[in-house]
Design a protein around this ligand. Sequence first.
Ligand SMILES: Cc1ncc(COP(=O)(O)O)c(C=O)c1O
Length: 428
Amino acid sequence: MTPKIPLSAASARTEPPVISEFMQTALANPGLVSLAAGFVDQQSLPVEATARVAAEILGDPVEGRKALQYGTTIGDIGLRRQIVALLERGDRVSSGTFEGLEPRVVVTTGSAQLLYLVAEALLDPGDIVLVEAPTYFVFLGVLETRGARAIGIEIDEGGMKLDALEATLAGLEARGELDRVKLIYTVSEHSNPSGISLAEDRRGPLVELARRWSKRHRIYVLEDAAYRGLNYEGDEPTSVWRHDPEGETVILARTFSKTYSPGMKLGFGVLPAELVQPVVSLKGNHDFGTTNLTQQVMARVLADGSYDRHVLDLRAMYRGKRAAMLGALQEHFAPLDGSVSWTRPKGGMFVWLSVPEGVDLGTKGAVLARCLEQGVLYIPGSFAFPGEPGPVPTNFARICFGVPSETDLIEGVRRLAAALAECMDPVA
Ligand SMILES: Cc1ncc(COP(=O)(O)O)c(C=O)c1O
């Protein structure tokens, strides 16, 4: 008899990543325009700056050996100093404003690891995390693995609705479940998947609300600002974590994947002081520390100005792609008489599409099948909603302008509109 595979409960409840099936479909159909992948533009990846600083490091035997050795678990101090300077530039405050922040900065293997570590440090099975509905679906997977409950909070054009958040907290308190609430998770900038940012005038009140509801224990705000820096219209509002000057309530998660290179897989967190040691201890179990060589490379591109120059180039490039996608949406969806609407993101790479209730954009629906025949792919929005409070809507889709060229984006939207028009008009 073949012995049973004794998977842990955490492993058994972890589904394969939803996105991988979609990536396979895209790879297997070379003519397909994928508006599904949330990857960055391939041509823009910063080969030259990275090659130059890698050669500088490895061309110097002392620096080279240092970079090829293990580093520290919390992350390279040179990089963490550069991160503090980057945060100052990003929030348009003078150099030295965040002096002394370095001990609260933890470098991680992408922000994905930081999100995982925070979940591991705070959540037991049955604990509750309040998330935007829709939210970053990969984080829903992390919560599933931890056995935590994700409860969705309605959003509008200003992001998470604070009155809805407050009503959910009040409902949980009335049912005796407030003690299970550990985190409020917001993708604060140009969200994946909605493209919406948390409104400036909700940022301070969100932190205040989390403080007020921290009755028996602290409820943290986890600010995932993965797309901060990729703004195409004016300045971004001050980060949520700046509304927590005591540094007790907000956990900031950031990454260099979108603004520099996902292949470097470097992210970081700014943590409340009391969470640093728990997170670093868990990180020690994961990997001892993030790849030292990539940290040294990143520290140098931040220090010599290549990073900031690269971000400026990216903004110009994605601004063009955004215009191509929004223009094509206007052209091809306008004839559908307002039944289809979409967000107009000020940054990032995602647009959120809404069709009338009853039109099923899910994996089993007619629209996705018709889109595949037409040669275009999107991500069904249903993946981005937690099961609670339910039911999960099926009339949304995420489309991304990160990867395809402007020409392909326009063609992709044309195909999407053609497929939708057929499915929404029964006589077609
Ligand atoms: C909202 C959000 N958070 C976090 C991440 C994780 O990125 P990484 O682990 O590459 O830093 C992503 C990547 O797509 C994202 O969209």
